[in-house]
Design a protein around this ligand. Structure first.
Ligand code: G3H
Ligand code: 13P
Ligand code: ZN
Length: 350
């Protein structure tokens, strides 16, 4: 059962003008929740695994769980994507596992923390593109560097020094040949995304550099943009988590209106991890708090799976991908190679 090349899913989204959620997974219940949401809303979907997720699951487990979801749902476009690949080696490993898309995040060096030079980013991304495209695999790159560090990614950046420079975009895309580009516009990973507080110290939404998205889209209208750090950190989920013993304080996410502003200006892939983590954990905490006598994992993982599914369904509607699963005939990686990357399309492998 083939996975779909991400480029097809994003190009189809671009034709209609919607965004596609890319949701991080670490286990079976998260995969099932996301695919169930895609099924119920008739949505294409990107399932992504970070290096941490692959390490946690010892790779082959997560890969096979995602493939089970693909096998069970042949009519839903499902992309299996590597999130924040840090080197050609990591990307090659993911491709060998069968991923239909990889991100090479060479905006940072291989340690995933230090900001890399522009030349390093171009060179490393180009190497990944050459390898991935020879196999029909889509490549997402990153220009500029995201803020935040709390989940282990990023250089802990603050301010606008490392936001994507629209002047570099054409050169970067021309030199690397990447299919999609993650832009840094002031979002960050995790549940604490802002530097702005009111007079009482309460978190206010971050001031995103949405003008940069507008500018990039104006300059390269066909470029498919990616927004990382796009969790909205819904206050009602944080409240539930805290009500049942959690301790998340003064959190702040990205308003959906800002994401939708981006979608209207070329953002096609929207990365969400934190919101899923909160929904999942809040549901588990509720079971633990209300029925402490329970000890069967199914008693808390089932409600967690359902809560995550509800959350994702809402996002699929808000991003606009709902209803679009059946719009197009699914391509294989060989089709992608032939259509976009100069392959001949026969069995000779060229
Ligand atoms: O890129 C950030 C995602 O939230 C993945 O986080 O490395 O903790 O799995 P992780
Ligand atoms: P959040 O932490 O906002 O969910 O972002 C996730 C992400 O960007 C994964 O690459
Ligand atoms: Zn990210």
């Amino acid at each position: 059962m083939p996975l779909v090349p991400m480029r097809q899913v994003l190009e189809e989204a671009a034709k209609v003008g919607y965004g596609v959620g890319a949701f991080n997974v670490n286990n079976m219940e998260q995969i099932q929740a996301i695919v169930e949401a895609a099924k119920e809303t008739n949505s294409p979907v990107i399932i992504q695994a970070s290096r941490g997720a692959l390490k946690y699951s010892r790779m082959i487990y997560l890969r096979n769980l995602i493939m089970a979801a693909v096998e069970e749902n042949p009519d839903i476009p499902i992309v299996m994507h590597l999130d924040h690949g840090n080197s050609l080696k990591t990307c090659k490993e993911a491709i060998a596992l069968g991923f239909s898309s990889v991100m090479i995040d060479a905006s940072l060096t291989e340690d995933g923390r230090s900001v890399a030079s522009y030349d390093y980013n171009v060179k490393t991304t180009r190497e990944v593109v050459d390898y991935a495209h020879s196999l029909g695999v889509t490549v997402e790159a990153e220009l500029g560097a995201l803020g935040g560090i709390e989940d282990g990614h990023g250089a802990g950046l603050r301010g606008d020094e490392h936001l994507t420079d629209p002047n570099q975009v054409e050169d970067f895309v021309g030199k690397t040949g990447c299919d999609a580009l993650a832009v840094a516009i002031g979002t960050s990973h995790g549940a604490y995304k802002t530097l702005r507080y009111d007079k009482d110290g309460k978190a206010l939404p971050p001031a995103l550099a949405l003008d940069r998205i507008e500018e990039i889209h104006k300059r390269v209208p066909t470029l498919m943009l990616v927004m990382h750090g796009s969790s909205s950190v819904p206050p009602e989920l944080v409240e539930q988590l805290n009500r049942f013993g959690g301790n998340m304080k003064n959190t702040m996410g990205i308003p959906m209106a800002d994401i939708q502003f981006g979608i209207q200006r070329g953002v096609r892939k929207i990365n969400v991890d934190t919101d899923g983590r909160i929904a999942f954990t809040a549901a588990i905490r509720k079971v633990f708090a209300e029925t402490p006598e329970k000890f069967d994992p199914r008693d808390y993982l089932k409600p967690a799976r359902e809560a995550l599914c509800e959350l994702i369904k809402g996002k699929m509607r808000d991003f606009g991908q709902a209803g679009h699963a059946g719009d197009y005939k699914l391509m294989t990686l060989a089709d992608a190679k032939k259509k976009w990357y100069g392959g001949c399309g026969c069995a000779c492998g060229s």
